[in-house]
Design a protein around this ligand. Structure first.
Ligand SMILES: *Cc1c(COP(=O)(O)O)cnc(C)c1O
Length: 374
């Protein structure tokens, strides 16, 4: 898209939705329908050929040997933790800020999440990790918040000498790079969500885990469906975490078109950056990294008043997340520390950010934010 549109009039009062999940592109719509027709015809509705094809493409794209399609990003985390035999009496270090699934997956396998503070870039504060390590610590789950990859080199330096596993929660980081590598490089496993809100999204729930470790892959394949090997022998305790063939078919189409979509989103991000960087804190992208831009999250003063002002303008925004994971009822009293996360959660705001925004809508968001701080 081009962003050279004229300024809209101030009376415009457009509506700007935060997201728009309709499939409006006629070509993509036809491709999705054709892919669904194909599944109806071959009838292999579970573990169909599309699941395998998607896994191969996903692994190649992520520069990893293996990929395992699962039912959701939450499933990917659970399967990854179980595949590494993490369970009762183990501790797993996670950032205080994430979608609650990161903490819940740890609890669901019987382990205890230990909440680490975040840095000003909203990712886990690497300096704080070592202070949380005990003899029970088994793994670290860095979460690549908003699509920007954590300082993985430093995290590996902490994890490797202590034999801690590194499980990347890359749910928000599809397409992101760090020193030329996608999520998963040098870690034990990376987990992706492909729910409809994510940059690469299915038409329902879906997830993927990627790894270079062959035995972890073999175990994950069993854990994906009740811990069963060779159709009849149950070796591990697990549930049903399969990826539907129909969603894999939808994702094959989405994956084919995702580079164009990401380019459009980057253009919007750069446009916001240029016009907002002197007014609010815009997302960071250093020259050695490529931001995945899952959300466009700014940090600002008077956040609640800005949110209210934008709402009056018809612009929908979101705070991700107003309640930090350790402050949720389930986790009250947890060990850890997260003072900076508390401070930052008063400052973050996600602006409308998706490829269906028109030039006029994007200008309108910029002008409405600018007007508020004038
Ligand atoms: C979306 C998300 C998940 C959960 O993914 P689902 O597919 O909805 O289960 C986990 N972690 C993070 C960081 C996410 O953004």
């Amino acid at each position: 898209m081009t962003l050279a549109a004229a300024l809209p009039s101030h009376e415009a009062n457009l509506n700007v939705p935060f997201l728009d999940l309709r499939v409006t592109d006629p070509t993509e719509r036809a491709e999705l329908l054709a892919a669904a027709e194909n599944v109806l015809s071959h009838g292999r509705l579970v573990n169909g050929p599309e699941v395998h094809a998607l896994e191969l493409q996903f692994a190649a794209r992520c520069n990893q040997h293996y990929a395992v399609g699962v039912g959701s990003g939450t499933d990917a985390l659970i399967v990854a933790l179980r595949a590494l035999s993490i369970g009762p009496s183990d501790e797993v270090i996670i950032p205080a800020l994430s979608f609650i699934a990161t903490a819940n997956a740890v609890r669901l396998v019987g382990a205890e999440p230990i909440f680490c503070d975040i840095g000003n870039d909203l990712n886990i504060d690497v300096q704080e990790i070592e202070g949380h390590i005990t003899s029970k610590t088994k793994a670290i789950i860095p979460v690549h918040w908003a699509g920007r990859i954590c300082s993985m080199g430093l995290i590996r330096l902490i994890a490797k000498p202590r034999n801690l596993f590194v499980i990347e929660d890359a749910s928000q980081a599809f397409g992101a790079m760090h020193h030329g590598s996608p999520p998963g490089y040098g870690s034990d496993v990376a987990c992706y969500s492909m729910n409809p809100m994510k940059t690469l999204g299915a038409l329902g729930d879906a997830g993927m885990l990627v790894t270079d470790n062959g035995s972890l892959y073999d175990k994950a394949i069993m854990l994906r469906y009740n811990g069963i090997h060779a159709k009849e022998y149950c070796w591990h305790l697990s549930g049903n975490h399969r990826l539907d063939t129909i969603q894999a078919a939808m994702l094959m189409v989405k994956l084919k078109n995702v580079d164009k979509l990401m380019k459009d989103r980057r253009n919007i991000a750069f446009f916001y950056d240029e016009r907002l960087k002197n007014i609010v804190e815009t997302p960071i992208e250093h020259n050695y990294e490529r931001h995945g831009y899952y959300t466009y999250t700014i940090q600002c003063e008077k956040r609640d008043a800005l949110k209210y002002h934008l709402e009056l303008c018809g612009i929908e925004t979101k705070i991700q997340h107003p309640i930090l994971m350790p402050n949720q009822a389930l986790y009250l009293g947890s060990r850890g520390s997260w003072a900076n996360a508390e401070r930052l959660m008063q400052r973050v705001l996600c602006l409308p950010f998706h490829e269906k925004l028109t030039d006029e809508q994007i200008w309108y968001v910029v002008n409405s934010v600018t007007e508020f701080y004038r």
